[in-house]
Design a protein around this ligand. Structure first.
Ligand code: CUA
Length: 336
């Protein structure tokens, strides 16, 4: 209906229809209310206008009338609330086994890195009809990752990860904007999302990778000596990370939390803040020693340790010369 209406952005994600439907509903409700209010206003102004010799009559309220104008709007607002909540939660919850892309924002560009290792700047290539999860952080100030055609917008903050997801439904090239004023070149912090057919995407993916992100993470893990304490047996000075990601963690203060991207990140940069039960706060901070990209790689590595059999396949891949990723390296994410 709005496809040829230039004021309406293109609709190219699984979420776009839901967001538009709610938005159109809000427009219709607001329009009807405006019409109702102005009709009544004009009618009453004419009907009860001042006339010589006619005295105004004082009316002392009406319970049925007050109930009506309280209950009907409440019903309408509850519909908006429930509908909005459904769309919101769907929008906030990345489906399991989404393809993962790490995003680092900085003044004034977007750096994107696929879990498979491809790096891009101000451009993101994704396959059509696949869930893509974005794990985002900023190197400096607050930015906001905005793809109008996908009806997707998420603030990108320094010092933590925020997550967003989308599923593109139409091949094509779509605008990427920064939607949070972030300095003089804010308006130039733009890019494009290239949605490709699976075969095309596979061809694109097969070029120019330096191996999966988790493999770079493994290398950094070894270089920084993490591996001396976080051993895969239970004898290390730090907790074993084997199979730990996504599982609950009991902390020394009795709290339990789920080991997610933000917890791994915090444990690297501020290791003393949430100690795993039974361990001593002996880990030094790596704040200032690792870049955002390196933290992302470490997170990807820790994550990969939670997938059974992933380590072996990954090691094989590291050995591949000149970065051409072995075809069997990530079958799940290559084949639709
Ligand atoms: Cu980045 Cu505005």
């Amino acid at each position: 209906m709005f496809d040829n209406f230039p004021l309406w952005p293109e609709r190219a994600s699984s979420m776009a229809g839901n967001v538009d439907a709610l938005f159109i509903f809000l427009l219709i409700v607001s329009g009807l209310m405006t019409l109702l209010i102005f009709t009544a206003l004009i009618y009453f102004a004419a009907r009860y206008r001042y006339r010589k010799g006619v005295m105004a009559e004082q009316i002392e309220g009406s319970t049925p009338l007050e109930l009506t104008w309280s209950i009907i709007p409440m019903g309408v607002f509850l519909v908006i609330f429930a509908w909005g909540a459904v769309v919101y939660f769907k929008n906030r919850t990345p489906p399991r086994d989404s393809t993962e892309v790490y995003v680092v924002a900085k003044q004034w560009m977007w750096k994107l890195e696929h879990a498979e290792g491809q790096r891009e700047i101000n451009q993101l290539h994704v396959p059509v009809n696949r869930d893509v999860k974005l794990i985002m952080t900023s190197q400096d100030v607050i930015h906001s990752f905005f793809i109008p055609a996908f009806r997707m917008k998420q603030d990108v903050l320094p010092g933590r990860y925020t997550v967003a997801w989308f599923r593109a439904t139409k091949p094509g090239t779509y605008h990427l904007f920064c939607a949070e004023y972030c300095g003089t070149q804010h308006s130039g912090m733009i890019g494009s999302i290239v949605v490709m057919e699976p075969a095309q995407y596979e061809a694109w993916m097969s070029g120019g990778s330096t191996g999966p992100l988790s493999a770079s993470g493994e290398k950094i893990f070894a270089e920084l000596g993490c591996v001396t304490c976080h051993r895969s047996d239970t004898q290390g000075r730090g907790p074993s990370l084997q199979g730990a990601f996504g599982k609950p963690v009991l902390l020394s203060d009795g709290r339990t939390l789920t080991m997610d991207e933000n917890y791994v990140r915090e444990s690297i940069l501020d290791p003393g803040s949430k100690i795993v039960n039974g361990f001593k706060p002996v880990m030094p901070t790596f704040q200032g020693l690792v870049s955002e990209e390196q933290v992302n790689a470490l997170v990807a590595y820790v994550k990969s340790l939670a997938q059974p059999g992933a380590a072996a396949a990954k090691n094989a891949d590291v050995a591949t010369p000149e970065g051409a990723p072995a075809k069997e390296q990530s079958p799940g994410s290559q084949v639709q």
